[in-house]
Design a protein around this ligand. Structure first.
Ligand code: P6P
Length: 310
């Protein structure tokens, strides 16, 4: 098995865009996630559970671990000297560090409302060269770390997705799967059906009803990283749609929709807003939301037909 940094240098031979600065950035992001993993695993032993008694830019209650994870990643990336812009779910404005280099958009701890009940959560990141506010298709790399029964890194570049597992004994992310390709079709759908009547589209309701008729199973963790990770490996579809209250859904484009879409598309799946590929959405605002329909091609294409037919 190959450690992450060794793997990146090996891949850089046939992929010269994986330059030393990018290896450093990815290495430091994953170093930060190792520290976060340690805090998450000991959360109830430390005074890091519960609310930080603050509301973030999303209007959501900030968990102590959200804030801690954000600070760990921000300080780590600042120290590389190779990051030019940082955009965090937890911070209203972009942190401008220099006029050139890599920009990183990140959700430091996604699904944090699940922390107090010990359910898998994760860190999501998206890497651009230069300005962060570009379409997801222009990402240089994207990935997430899931703090589950094991701590795993899923890392995507254009054309290939690699999977690593953190070895607690050595502290290394070790390559466990290369060139991951998701199933063409699954048997699981993942959506918060409590919102069934609030979804904007009748076509979506008909699509979900059709999956039930085909005896699909519903799995919904309420933590995007966990739901996407299962979809990536088992196939099927994950949806967070627009509804009558949130016309663009709940998930954020820059550090949730775009990176997850980049990963899923490079693993052979599809990721759409309901009208077009999420990767073709050009951000206008830092924290703009985007409807997310992602997963195996079979289910996403079927969903698109129902949305078009209404
Ligand atoms: P709901 C977690 O708070 C999150 O941002 C995503 O990780 C998750 O997919 C979604 O919200 C869950 O939202 O409205 O179903 O609880």
């Amino acid at each position: 098995m190959v450690p992450l940094i060794t793997y990146l240098f090996q891949k850089s031979i046939e992929n010269p865009f994986i330059d030393d600065d990018l290896v450093l950035i990815i290495g430091e992001i994953t170093s930060a996630t190792k520290i976060i993993a340690g805090k998450v695993r000991k959360a109830s032993l430390l005074d890091v559970l519960g609310s930080a008694e603050k509301i973030n830019v999303q209007g959501e209650v900030v968990q102590k671990l959200d804030e801690l994870a954000n600070d760990i990643i921000t300080e780590t990336l600042k120290c590389t000297g190779k990051a030019c812009m940082l955009a965090s779910e937890e911070v209203e404005d972009c942190l401008i560090l220099s006029d050139s280099g890599y920009s990183i958009a990140f959700d430091p701890l996604d699904g944090s409302s699940n922390i107090d009940v010990n359910i898998s959560i994760g860190t999501i990141f998206s890497i651009h060269k230069g300005d962060i506010k570009k379409s997801g298709r222009e990402q240089i790399a994207a990935g997430y770390v899931i703090y589950g029964p094991s701590t795993m890194l899923v890392l995507a570049f254009r054309g290939f997705v690699s999977v690593f597992t953190l070895d607690p004994e050595t502290g290394n992310f070790m390559l466990v799967e290369e060139n991951l390709k998701m199933p063409e079709k699954g048997k699981i759908y993942s959506i918060n059906e409590a919102n069934y009547d609030k979804w904007e589209s009748d076509g979506l309701r008909k699509f979900i009803d059709s999956l039930k008729e085909e005896k699909y199973t519903l799995r919904y963790v309420g933590s995007m990283v966990a739901d996407v990770h299962r979809t990536l490996f088992k196939g099927g579809v994950f949806i967070y749609p627009s509804d009558i209250k949130n016309r663009n859904g709940k998930l954020r484009l820059l550090y949730e929709g775009s990176p997850m879409a980049f990963i899923v598309e490079n693993a052979g799946g599809m990721a759409i807003t309901g009208e077009k590929s999420i990767l073709d959405v050009v951000p206008e605002e830092l924290h703009q939301r985007v409807p997310v329909i992602l997963g195996s091609k079979w289910e996403v294409e079927k969903c698109l037909k129902y949305l078009k037919n209404g």
